[in-house]
Design a protein around this ligand. Structure first.
Ligand code: F6P
Length: 361
């Protein structure tokens, strides 16, 4: 029988984290009479033994709040922990310290809520003998072992709102409007928001683009009397004969590449090629902020409840997952290290082509 659950949120934040925390705490306390300890700022809190007990009053009123009441970090890998930021950086394996901290606090199971980096560390802790359960989070929806991560639907909704707003100004000025969205190396946000917002061109990392095809589409629309076009481009997109556009290298991050800038490159190339005025909006971290959608609140709640159920049933080493309509679980071994990309025969790509969307190919 377990008595105490530890919990942390790691990696980039996203809408729905607080809804998971709330579901974990309410289920653990009300249904099973457990205690919940929350570590602050992801694995950093576990390394530094920085924690707080989380009770029912802490989770009251947080269902609809963006961010995470526990804080997060996308820099701290407990198995390769940065101990000095002076050059050259020095890293140390702090996983034994984490295990000691958990034992001292009497924690029987750790629930790690995060994306691939956080869940990979969770898998490594399980390999070390810890009782761990994972919950899949990311706006990018790029985790292979679940149909959907929470946070994704909110990001798509925010991006769709942005496309709706760009439409009216594009039409008034007869311009091309480019919206650059996040998603890392996967095109899910661009694809879904692009379809939902009625974009004319959707550019994703999985389909390298030919600038001539994009220009052709804009000209074709002009010939048909449509003097404006909307392009949605994923930050990880690249031209057929070119590379990814990197906006920043965050040296002390386990995943140092930050993508961004492809929208501006595309705009320059379009203006050069066909001379139509083109403007760029980079949506950035707006996609990670604000209230989770109803869909994400429900998914997060289901994930949080299931995570506690797995902990109580002793089904450790697993990640909760959405498959079809069901919340199930898959092993962390299976769940990490594989990016879920958009396949060329994806239904939405086919639907998009059917309604005249160009994918730049
Ligand atoms: O993985 C989530 C995400 O928002 C990506 O879409 C984006 O590339 C990255 O994180 C941005 O990271 P940061 O918050 O460090 O700028």
């Amino acid at each position: 029988m377990i008595k105490t659950i530890g919990m942390l949120t790691g990696g980039g934040d996203c809408p729905g984290l607080n809804a998971v925390i709330r579901a974990v705490v309410k289920t653990a306390i009300n249904r099973y009479g457990l205690r919940v300890i929350g570590f602050k700022d992801g694995y950093r809190g576990l390394v530094l033994n920085d924690y707080r007990e989380v009770d029912l009053s802490d989770v009251s009123g947080i269902l609809d709040k963006g961010g995470t009441i526990l804080g997060t970090s996308n820099k701290d890998n407990p198995f390769k922990y940065l101990v000095t930021s002076k050059e050259p950086n020095e890293y140390k394996d702090m996983s034994d310290v984490c295990v000691e901290n958990l034992v001292k606090l009497g924690i029987d199971c750790l629930i790690a809520i995060g994306g691939d980096g956080t869940l990979t560390s969770a898998r490594d802790f399980y390999r070390k003998g810890l009782n761990v359960i994972g919950v899949p989070k990311t706006i990018d929806n790029d985790l292979s072992a679940t149909d959907t991560t929470f946070g994704f639907n909110t990001a798509v909704t925010t991006a769709t709102d942005a496309i709706d707003k760009l439409h009216s100004t594009a039409e008034s000025h007869h311009r091309v409007m480019i919206l650059e969205v996040m998603g890392r190396y996967a095109g899910w946000i661009a694809l879904e928001a692009g379809i939902a917002g009625g974009a004319d061109v959707i550019i994703i990392p999985e389909i390298p683009y030919d600038i001539c095809k994009i220009s052709e589409k804009i000209i074709e629309r002009k010939t048909d009397g449509k003097n404006f076009s909307i392009i949605v481009v994923a930050e990880g997109a690249k031209p057929l004969d070119g590379d990814l556009v990197v906006c920043k290298v965050v040296k002390d991050s386990p995943d140092p590449i930050r993508l961004g800038g492809i929208g501006n490159k595309l705009a320059e190339d379009i203006e050069k090629q066909i001379g139509i005025e083109t403007r760029v909006t980079v949506l950035g971290h707006l996609q990670r902020g604000g209230h989770p959608t109803a869909y994400d609140r429900i998914l997060s709640t289901r994930y949080g409840v299931k995570a506690v159920e797995l902990a109580v049933e002793g089904k450790f080493g697993n990640m909760v997952s959405l498959q079809g309509k069901d919340i199930v679980y898959v092993s962390l071994e299976e769940a990490v290290g594989k990016v879920k990309n958009v396949k060329s025969d994806n239904d939405l790509i086919k639907a998009g082509r059917s309604v005249g969307v160009s994918f730049g190919d």
